[in-house]
Design a protein around this ligand. Structure first.
Ligand code: ADE
Length: 237
């Protein structure tokens, strides 16, 4: 998959996505990550990318034209363009599964107080990673690109590693343990040491439902085993 980010701060995305599993996916060519900086598409001496908001108010607004030109430099026929903004639709595992099917994703990251509203017409969708305001779209892009990359075939080494996990089946995952069997007086649940696979699966099902009811009662009624991704498309196009 190819991913490009339109951003004034490429390192905010490039550096965190150079480590661990995503870093390896990039080295192996499973993910190609590129950047277009609106500042490189300005024509004035000061390379201006922002201006005061019409109608007054505090803060600066990113101007549409440098963002448009940066986007144009990376956009292809099959590109799917995502604007990251706290006003967007909430990102989810189901959305990650949809995005993982695309050939080319382009993320537009706003900074300062936001981007000129007219830029939103350039995007196929607007995404938010949660109900809080970040300093810019870059940390949100990192989260979305990470969640999508691990779904690209070949990125995770065990083929079925994404099947039983939190959110794919609409339940939080059962807890995991590793050695030692007793750690500072806390023992591993005996079911996990039983070697009885049926018992272990049962135990995991019970724990997953308990945990979901406690931590995420909003999800608890949905524990049908039906993948969130299969409950219908998250977005058009
Ligand atoms: N930009 C600033 N806050 C954001 C958020 N919560 N999600 C996506 N982009 C953002």
């Amino acid at each position: 998959m190819r991913v490009d980010a339109v951003t004034l701060f490429p390192d905010m995305i490039d550096l965190p996505l150079s480590e661990s599993i995503v870093g390896r996916a990039r080295t192996e060519g499973l993910l190609e990550l590129g950047f277009a900086n609106p500042r490189d598409f300005t024509e004035d001496r000061h390379r201006t990318v922002d201006d005061k908001p019409y109608g007054g108010g505090t803060g600066m607004v990113m101007m549409a034209e440098p963002v448009y030109r940066a986007l144009k430099s990376v956009k292809k026929k099959n590109s799917f363009v995502i604007l990251l903004t706290p006003k967007g639709k909430r990102f989810s595992q189901a959305a990650a599964l949809e995005l993982a099917k695309k050939k080319h994703l382009v993320f537009i990251c706003g900074h300062y107080e936001g981007i000129d509203e007219r830029v939103s017409s350039l995007a196929d969708m607007e995404l938010s990673i949660g109900d809080y305001v970040l300093t810019g779209g870059e940390p949100a892009a990192v989260a979305v690109i990470d969640a999508v990359t691990r779904l690209i075939p070949g990125v995770l080494k065990k083929g079925d590693a994404t099947v039983n996990e939190t959110f794919t089946g609409a339940l939080l995952e059962a807890p995991h343990y590793t050695r030692p069997g007793v750690w500072r007086g806390k023992a591993v649940p005996p079911e996990l040491l039983s070697g009885n696979h049926k018992l272990i699966e049962q135990w995991r099902g019970v724990r997953a439902r308990e945990l979901t009811a406690k931590q995420r009662p909003d999800l608890a009624g949905q524990g049908t085993g039906v993948s969130t991704a299969r409950r219908g498309k998250v977005f058009k196009k």
